[in-house]
Design a protein around this ligand. Sequence first.
Ligand code: PMP
Length: 390
Amino acid sequence: MKPQTRNTYVSKTVAALKPSGIRRFFDLASGMEGVISLGVGEPDFVTSWSVREASILSLEQGYTSYTPNAGLLELRQEIAAYLRRKFHVDYRPETEILVTVGASQAIDLALRAILDPGDEVIVVEPSFVAYEPLVVLAGGTPVAVQTTGADGFQLHVAQLEQALTARTKAIIICSPNNPTGTVLRPAELEALARLAKEHDLLVIADEIYAELTYDDGYMSMAAVSGMRERTILISGFSKGFAMTGWRLGFAAAPEDILQAMLKIHQYAIMCAPTMAQYGALEALRSGERDVAEMRSSYRRRRNYFVSSLNEIGLPCHMPGGAFYAFPSIRHTGMTSEQFAERLLIEEKVAVVPGSVFGQSGEGHIRCSYASSLEQLQEAVKRIKRFLARL
Ligand code: PMP
């Protein structure tokens, strides 16, 4: 019997995924001249020379083959030392650390390693755009819980509790947060820890922006008492070390979970790029001073940019970390998409509509301040002119 012709080879799950709202918006900006982009989520610094040099040297020395699946042992040892030194968490480099292709792959692996079909994962919105699609691709069901701009997007555990069902397996948190810049305080982490223990939940803690916090008191989820055993810590080199293009991240987790992630990784990826791993090794050994300089530069720009937004009439909480400001545009009466589109067309400033980050992102725009101070000053001038015309 002749098989029926298919309309498409694409899977129903993938066909149903929405394309990233950020991408769609950037297609609009590309091709326009004189645009100031506050849209992209990446550092405006070039990776430190010492890191680039170490990677070049590894190539000169001919280190061009695969590394162990989990990554160079030396690198895992440096990661373990770094996590201990900076965040007071202890992981065994041999069995509890995995070097990945960006934090992105670490998140994907974490979800695929823990989810059975229909398991629910709570995603705190506004959230990084990849979490919900990755939960779906791993066969799970994302359940969104909202935070609000009224209190600077703090986490209310009672709200999380209401969203729990018998199928809830994990909660994804991101601190410092993309897109809000909010840093979860130790008290919130402790409340979350109590909830996780009470309901036997796992926390996937995306701490990719942990190097970029501007006030004291940052705490890793895994450092909260009793949480190391129920946390998958995700981090990497893209943001703090200005290494987005190197595609290097890592996960740290209890052995059984980490080994499950490694099992997928060894079939799907084999290992993270070798030359990038040599660069990352150097970043951890000698990068602290450069990271501190970049951090102070972001802090200066945050202070200028966020106070300017408030002055020109876009209310914005002071974000404790990352490099995003997430002001409210609600009083303009426009949706965030309308606001972002008009701002781009009329004043050539690209920002991201808050709606792409989930329901509670609506009424806000995400502006990255990882741009030169001159560009930020010009952007403020243009946004002010735009608001005056409304
Ligand atoms: N998590 C968050 C919150 C991010 O903002 C990003 C990058 N935009 C990532 C993960 C992915 O980072 P990487 O480049 O390491 O894959």
